[in-house]
Design a protein around this ligand. Structure first.
Ligand code: B12
Length: 308
């Protein structure tokens, strides 16, 4: 099939699978990819990745290391803003985590699209990346034209705001690239001003050691540091404070799909959860991305919110 037709049909196929956004970038991309790669190097030099040593992998700087002959990348965005809001409870969860595990949801859809491409272009090789691959995802999403990197460092789209989980398919086929997105944060600094722990040290740069999301999800220490603990504001798994205040997140479309519907137990969580044993936690977390938070960490996080 001709590249132009395949490009158009591929993006249409992605939308029909339930992605809100789909865009294409050519590899190696524009000079902006070099800028973003340098930003990664500076971030690592400053130790802003804390204990996430896996962020140091050199391959993250080179998309071509992920697929032999990589020529194009399809970037997709899954709208995770559910129409069923989380009821107000004492304990808060990042909205990205409240439904089905987005890694599974996105991977399944992208693999289906990969099989479809093979019927149109049998020599096409492809690889799916969702979060855990060493790929500078937001930089490639920006390059594919599905949004820009906001000052809180998350990808923002004009229509959907930043409530998007990202997924990627790298292909060995030349496709017609979209125009990269332009940053539209302007003079607004709301995300920077509202972060209670000052984790956004300068626009676009997060010091993970100061970020509530890092401490509630990634930190494997026995205790949450005091300066974070006193500012948790109820967050026990991730944190949306910098995104909740973003003007681009006002009046954005919601997703009706069960895939992003908050799990019932999350909407009713109370202190009784401190009594749940490891099996009970495993049972609750099954199928969600929050399995990453071990039962002892949940107890630690809940205790930290209660005894701030
Ligand atoms: C490590 C990581 C984290 C760490 C570090 C966060 C961070 N900002 O790096 C922690 C654990 C703190 C974290 C938290 C969250 N994460 Co996270 N995380 C990642 C991961 C694995 C890598 C990100 C990365 O490369 N960091 C390295 C630094 C250097 O990159 P960066 O901060 O993005 O820096 C870029 C910008 O600053 C930009 N830049 C630098 N200078 C300039 C200047 C200008 C003018 C501009 C425009 C840009 C710009 O270039 C840099 C390089 O691309 C990605 C998945 C992936 N494979 O990419 C998910 C990912 C970024 N996370 C995601 C999510 C949802 C979150 C949370 C919202 C979850 C939550 N609710 O708690 C929070 C948000 C916190 C925040 N404000 O960043 C989503 C973001 C989706 C989106 N719309 O952008 C991703 C893409 C996962 C996914 N596949 O959906 N995360």
């Amino acid at each position: 099939m001709e590249n132009k037709t395949l490009t158009i049909e591929l993006k249409e196929k992605a939308k029909s699978e339930g992605f809100a956004l789909a865009g294409i970038a050519s590899i190696p991309g524009s000079s902006r990819i070099n800028l973003r790669t340098k930003a990664l190097e500076r971030w690592l030099e400053k130790d802003y990745h804390g204990e996430m040593k896996w962020m140091e992998a050199d391959r993250r700087k080179n998309i071509e290391s992920l697929l032999i002959g990589a020529k194009s990348v399809l970037a997709v965005g899954l709208n995770y803003l559910s129409n069923e809001n989380q009821r107000k409870t004492n304990f808060k969860f990042g909205k990205f985590s409240q439904g089905e595990d987005y890694h599974h949801v996105i991977t399944k859809k992208l693999k289906k699209i990969g099989k479809w491409i093979e019927t149109k272009s049998p020599d096409c090789k492809w690889k799916v990346c969702v979060d855990s691959s060493p790929l500078l995802e937001k930089a490639w999403a920006e390059e594919s034209g599905i949004g820009w990197i906001g000052k809180h460092s998350n990808l923002i789209n004009k229509k959907y705001g930043s409530w998007l989980s990202l997924g990627f398919m790298i292909l060995n086929k030349e496709l017609i690239p979209d125009i990269p997105s332009k940053p539209l944060c302007g003079q607004c600094d709301k995300c920077i001003d509202h972060c209670p722990t000052n984790a956004i040290t300068e626009p676009f740069v997060i010091n993970s050691e100061l970020c509530i999301a890092y401490h509630t999800i990634e930190n494997r220490e026995e205790k949450i540091p005091n300066k974070i603990k006193s500012n948790l504001n109820g967050w026990i798994a991730g944190c949306d404070m910098c995104q909740d205040v973003c003007p681009w997140n006002k009046s954005v479309p919601t997703n009706q799909s069960y895939e992003v519907k908050p799990k019932e137990w999350m909407t009713n969580l109370d202190q009784e959860a401190l009594q749940w044993n490891d099996e009970e936690w495993a049972d609750k977390l099954k199928g969600t991305t929050l399995k990453r938070i071990k039962p002892w960490m949940w107890r630690r996080n809940i205790q930290a919110v209660i005894h701030k």
